[in-house]
Design a protein. Structure first.
Length: 450
């Protein structure tokens, strides 16, 4: 391999090996693919084997305290690779890098470089400096960086579905949330490059793209709004499924629902985080919608896309949560009948509005009990939702072998539910029409129909 062939300048990587570990949300998964792309252009090779790495990067999450604790634990493990290989460069990138900055360069678990989510183009330079025994830090947030033209290197892929980042940052400042501080202001990526990336994925055999942002409904690039972007991506091919995450209830428009209903390859699945069922609580959370508004959006989804699945995020035990407010969350869940939910115990985050102004005053036992009640109810609702599908017909996109049984395949419905079928002559990337024959709380079982 000639490391200087492209541009006649020495590449910093010189064939050294890069290992990246990713925590947190889908945005981080997408960012890791950008990081690998940036690093490969500088002559680094990506490896899946941490033992042989010359550079280890950990792409981190700060959303809850336990997410950060896991990463501190991981840095403890990595100490031993440093002893084996004194030249090893270890870097923290992502949200925790942004939040803790120089703090990560100190103490017994010190790392060599710290790079926030908007500084990945400078990684080769930071690593180069670290190799010269200078610590490298870049945690500057940008108003414009979208890594628009960088073609992500798909590493953790099944070759069927891929994430495509369409915007970065968040302007919503929900009072409990650290994301606006770790990812900076909202900015949209150029629409042309998004459509081009989707087209290139399709041409390379991918059959599903998920458009990613913290609040995709506020996407805007010139005249192109989110519904229009969805339409353009869906037009790449009728065989390319299109999904998106996440939409904020306050911006969930009928226009988007109409586009979803009008194009068969846009999946009928909406993730609409409610956080709480109480209007007073939503106000303290600075969510900028009421319970009634939220239920109005659910009614619009049911009216315009009757077979749409609806999933959510819920937080138990935020500041001042009364028992009545908690019961309102449970009643909202029953009313919406969520297909699936991500459920969390409130974790106070330094620097947020809530940490400065709203006491974290719900005892941990109460938070835990409320979360358990939310989980128990969702388990029931999830099972009911699956039971309702038994006997119905769906088209699934096959993603690969079932984890439990190599003679079976697993795929997803448009509603994003996992269906397991017998292998037959199918392979991943195929569309198969199935009838649902049975279910558990987590999985549907189906048989092929013609
Ligand atoms: N932008 C997305 C969510 C990103 S974070 C949205 O607004 O929908 C994913 C989820 O983590 C949030 O929806 C929320 O439920 C949860 N979360 C965020 N901050 C939290 C905190 N401090 N404690 C507990 N859960 C939190
Ligand atoms: Fe956080 Fe709210 Fe932005 Fe979601 S919308 S990332 S919860 S501030
Ligand atoms: Fe975590 Fe940052 Fe995503 S805090 S949830 S990795 S945006």
């Amino acid at each position: 391999m000639d490391f200087t062939a492209n541009n006649l300048r020495p590449l910093k990587g010189m064939g050294r090996k890069l290992f990246v570990e990713t925590y947190g949300c889908q945005m981080n998964v997408g960012d890791t693919e950008i990081v690998v792309s940036v690093m490969q252009k500088e002559g680094y090779f990506y490896t899946e084997n941490i033992e042989e790495a010359d550079v280890i990067l950990i792409n981190t999450c700060s959303i809850r305290d336990n997410a950060e604790q896991r990463i501190w634990g991981r840095l403890g493990d990595i100490k031993h690779y440093r002893i084996q290989n004194p030249k090893l460069v270890v870097g923290i990138i992502g949200c925790m890098a942004e939040r803790l900055k120089e703090e990560l360069l100190k103490g017994p678990l010190a790392v060599d470089i710290v790079a926030g989510p908007d500084s990945y183009r400078s990684l080769p330079e930071l690593i180069h400096r670290a190799e010269m025994k200078q610590k490298g830090v870049n945690v500057e947030l940008s108003l414009t960086e979208t890594y628009s033209e960088i073609e992500p290197v798909r590493i953790d892929h099944n070759g069927v579905s891929a994430f495509v980042s369409i915007m970065r940052g968040c302007n919503n400042f929900c009072s409990y949330c650290v994301v606006p501080y770790t990812r900076g202001r909202e900015r949209s990526r150029d629409a042309e490059t998004i459509v081009a990336e989707a087209r290139s994925l399709f041409e390379n055999g991918y059959r599903e793209v998920t458009l990613l942002g913290q609040n995709v409904n506020s996407y805007r690039c010139g005249e192109v709004t989110f519904p229009e972007l969805m339409r353009r991506v869906a037009e790449v091919s009728p065989l390319l499924r299109v999904r998106f995450a996440t939409s904020h209830p306050k911006d969930m428009s009928d226009d988007l629902l109409e586009v979803m209903a009008s194009m068969p390859n846009i999946c009928h699945a909406i993730h609409l985080p409610a956080q709480s069922g109480s209007t007073a609580m939503l106000d303290r959370m600075n969510r900028r919608y009421t319970r009634e508004w939220y239920l109005g959006r659910i009614a619009a989804i049911r009216r315009i896309i009757p077979d749409c699945s609806i999933t959510t995020d819920l937080i138990a035990g935020f500041s001042g949560e009364t028992e009545e407010e908690h019961l309102e969350t449970l009643s909202l869940m029953r009313e919406v009948k969520y297909d699936y939910a991500f459920m969390f115990k409130y974790s106070e985050r330094p620097g947020t509005f809530a940490q400065r102004n709203l006491p974290d005053n719900i005892p941990d036992e109460v938070k835990t009990r409320r979360l358990q009640e939310i989980i128990a109810l969702q388990n029931e609702l999830g099972l009911q939702s699956n039971e309702k599908d038994v006997g119905k017909e769906f088209e699934i996109l096959v993603e690969g072998e079932s984890r439990r049984d190599k003679n079976q395949l697993s795929g997803r419905t448009s509603q994003n539910k996992v269906v397991v079928i017998d292998k037959g002559n199918h392979r991943k990337g195929d569309y198969v029409k199935v009838r649902i024959t049975g279910c558990t709380q987590a999985t549907l079982f189906g048989e092929e129909i013609d």
